[in-house]
Ligand binder design. Structure first.
Ligand SMILES: *Cc1c(COP(=O)(O)O)cnc(C)c1O
Length: 346
């Protein structure tokens, strides 16, 4: 039994999803003729209370297009210092949008109105890039899946708009956040201009993200998708998987959170673990003790076919998902505990 906790992107389609893929009606989406893609785009927009949706191959692309359509070259994006758009998109903001970033500390990745206020350039001083977008990530991957409540989002959005700033949401794991807060997804649209959601993370689709946006950004976003090479032909096979994921895999996310918490609690009892970040959703990040390295831990776990990733000089990350069940959880806990035994006895 292989236990793969490197990311929630490692899942394989379920049999129900396979059937949905096989049954998909398709057409050439670059000609706007794929009914399954259209259905996914409309459904995604409706779920988020937004006007339009654009199906893309990756969440990096939906983020990059979102920022691109909301900015002009030489402007500045305000975001958390560990945010995915800055740290994990290959420098795309610089290359694709020609913008700079203003990085905020945040509270476990959650940025707030006072912090944003201190970092807005007013556009009067020619030395400074003009602030144009506030980009929020929910959940925050770098901070073990911490999440915002809707009232926090509402405050940020109200303030940003009062200053003439646009709002982008990297909602790669937005449904994980909503699972915990109980906020309604349909309330999210009104606080943002563009929102990226991933179908290929906890929702378990093989490929794909959707950029949902206001109608006014739709045509420029479609143009940018083409320019970035993201126009796909009979993409309905992938869209069908995405529709299936939205219909069947949202409510089960709470199981992933429960299992993640069990992993976090178990790790916290081990003497070679220095600290575990609070486990808010499906991501567990912990720091190993001084006498040990993440590589040693990962090598030991690999002997038992448990996979995780190094997430910093002393950090390891585990992510729970649809293909991680209770049997695997039991095995993982056992291996965690045995490793403790070996380390301390040898
Ligand atoms: C995974 C992820 C993305 C998108 O990544 P892709 O691999 O390009 O789909 C964006 N933001 C966050 C926070 C993510 O975790």
């Amino acid at each position: 039994m292989i236990v793969d906790l490197r990311s929630d992107t490692v899942t394989k389609p379920t049999s129900g999803m396979h059937q949905a893929i096989l049954a998909a009606e398709v057409g050439d989406d670059v000609f706007g003729e794929d009914p399954s893609v259209k259905m996914l785009e409309e459904k995604s927009a409706a779920i988020l209370g937004m006007e339009a949706g654009i199906f893309c191959p990756s969440g990096t692309m939906t983020n990059q297009i979102g920022i691109k359509v909301l900015t002009q070259p030489y402007q500045e994006v305000i975001c958390y210092k560990g945010s995915h758009i800055y740290k994990y998109e290959g420098g795309g903001l610089a290359g694709n949008s020609l913008v700079s970033v203003r990085l905020l500390e945040g509270d476990r990745g959650r940025i707030s109105v006072p912090e944003i206020e201190l970092n807005i350039n007013n556009g009067q001083d020619a030395h400074q890039p003009i602030s144009s977008v506030v980009a929020v990530e929910n959940t925050v991957v770098r901070e073990a899946g911490s999440f915002y409540r809707l009232d926090q989002i509402q405050a940020i959005s109200g303030f940003a708009r009062s200053k003439g700033l646009k709002m982008h949401l990297d909602g790669a794991r937005l449904f994980n956040a909503l699972t915990e807060t109980g906020d309604k997804s349909t309330d999210y649209g009104k606080y943002f201009d563009t929102i990226s959601i991933c179908l290929s993370k906890g929702l378990g689709a093989p490929v794909g993200s959707v950029l949902v946006c206001k109608k006014e950004y739709e045509s420029s976003a479609r143009r940018m998708r083409k320019a970035f090479g993201g126009g796909m032909r009979q993409a309905g096979f992938l869209a069908a998987a995405g529709i299936y994921a939205l219909d069947h895999h949202i409510t089960r996310l709470k199981e992933d959170h429960v299992r993640a918490r069990v992993l976090g609690k178990t790790l916290a009892t081990l003497p070679w673990v220095k600290s575990v970040m609070p486990v808010d959703t499906n991501i567990v990040i912990f720091t190993v003790g001084d006498a040990i390295t993440p590589e040693q831990v990962l090598a030991k776990w690999a002997e038992h076919q448990i996979k995780a990733i190094k997430f910093g000089p002393k950090e390891i990350r585990l992510v729970t998902h649809l293909d991680f069940d209770d049997r695997m959880l039991e095995k993982t806990i056992e291996v965690f505990k045995n490793f403790l035994f070996n380390t301390w006895m040898s």
